[in-house]
Ligand binder design. Structure first.
Ligand code: PLP
Length: 375
């Protein structure tokens, strides 16, 4: 029966008639973009998003990578500056540092939350460190209070990578309202989507203004270029999708939470699996449900994932290789790293299961039954 089943995807966009109508309206309006990236839908989406996360400003851009790059340029990262990043992340986190001219300095992660820690950040600091870039992995916020304290004591900037963490909370505050700037992605598989897209939130007026300039070729006013920039505009169709998806985000997150609770309840009986954690004071956004196969090597973990995929369950490995061991970063002379044992262990042992809001109860049950059989 399972061979006839469609693949249960690891993530899929939830698009309804509201999104379709919003896009058609944009097409009918004739305003598909605006020369400074400030069309009416984009401006509305920025307003709604900043209110949702609790930040003064939101600057919409064309991708999560563009959001990270814009934020790093806006805070003044210069060639030779080092930025502390995890190596257990999507490569775009480090890529943005390189694009800005900086050097990624890789820090190890916590074994339970998969985020960089004050201790691992300390180990990665040098006199050239300018910023810390924690990633809220799988939708769970890094432990931000001690990271912010360390940054303040050392005069460092904090840019959060919340590409996977829309709606995640840390001590009652939403991701996007804590660091100097926070970057989001609206790629098709994310908790909310605009197809491709990104956003930076900040409480700093000057940073927001710099990022608005960066997304429009460094223009201070139309065609008046006063700094280096890019074309990082978010199109109006994406803005329109964002407005609708943001309204639906709380519902999506509730469904993700229910699904994560079901998976945890059914799978925590398996001693071989370590369930994902949600530490006290933090609210997981459950972008991915990622258990660890206890004590496994990569071969054993990959075999389990293969078994699940052969039953048409879109289990996946995020991330099989630490970023610092990917060919480009391995060969790049300008990266720094200390020992990263927890990063390498996570890359060998962690895998992800579907947890998205469109899963049916029968699919969830099929997933847990299949995992029980396969481990
Ligand atoms: C942790 C992380 N950082 C950055 C990005 C880059 O976002 P985008 O794909 O929108 O450029 C992603 C998303 O894929 C991500 O997961």
């Amino acid at each position: 029966m399972n061979s006839m089943r469609d693949m249960i995807s690891i993530n899929q966009p939830a698009i309804g008639k509201e999104e379709i109508e919003a896009v058609v309206e944009v097409l009918k309006s004739g305003i598909l973009s605006e020369k400074s990236g400030r069309g009416p839908r984009v401006l509305q989406f920025e307003k709604d998003f900043s209110k949702y996360v609790g930040a003064k400003h939101a600057v919409a851009v064309s991708s999560g990578t563009a959001a990270l790059h814009s934020a790093l340029l806006a805070v003044g990262i210069q060639p030779g500056d080092e930025v502390v990043v995890p190596s257990f992340t999507f490569s775009a986190t480090a890529e943005a540092v390189v694009l800005a001219g900086g050097r990624p300095s890789f820090a190890d992660i916590d074994a339970d939350t998969y985020a960089i820690t004050p201790e691992s950040i300390e180990a990665a600091l040098t006199s050239k460190t300018k910023a810390i870039l924690p990633v809220h992995m799988y939708g769970l916020c890094a432990d931000m209070d001690p990271i912010m304290e360390l940054a303040r004591n050392r005069g460092l900037i904090v840019i959060e990578d919340a590409a996977q963490a829309h709606g995640a909370e840390y001590k009652g505050r939403r991701a996007g309202s804590i660091g100097d700037a926070t970057c989001f992605s609206f790629y098709a598989g994310k908790n909310m989507t605009t197809g491709e897209g990104g956003m930076v939130t900040t409480n700093d007026d000057d940073l927001a203004e710099q990022m608005r300039m960066i997304r429009t070729h460094g223009e201070e006013r139309p065609y008046w270029v006063s700094r280096q920039g890019h074309n990082y505009h978010m199109p109006e169709i994406a803005g329109a999708l964002g407005i609708v998806q943001l309204k639906k985000l709380p519902g999506f997150l509730e469904e993700r939470r229910k699904n994560a609770e079901y998976l945890t309840e059914k799978l925590s009986v398996l001693g071989k699996l370590v369930m994902p954690k949600e530490p006290a004071g933090r609210k997981h956004a459950w972008y991915l449900f990622s258990p660890r196969l206890r004590g496994a090597n990569a071969g054993k973990r990959n075999k389990l994932v293969e078994k699940l995929r052969s039953r048409n369950i879109g289990a996946a490995v995020y991330y099989e290789s630490p970023v610092h061991m990917l060919p480009y970063y391995r060969d790049l002379q300008s990266t720094r790293r200390s020992a990263l044992p927890e990063t390498e262990r996570a890359c060998r042992q962690v895998f992800s299961l579907p947890v998205h809001p469109q899963l049916r109860q029968t699919e969830l049950q099929f997933i847990t039954d299949s995992v029980k059989r396969a481990v």
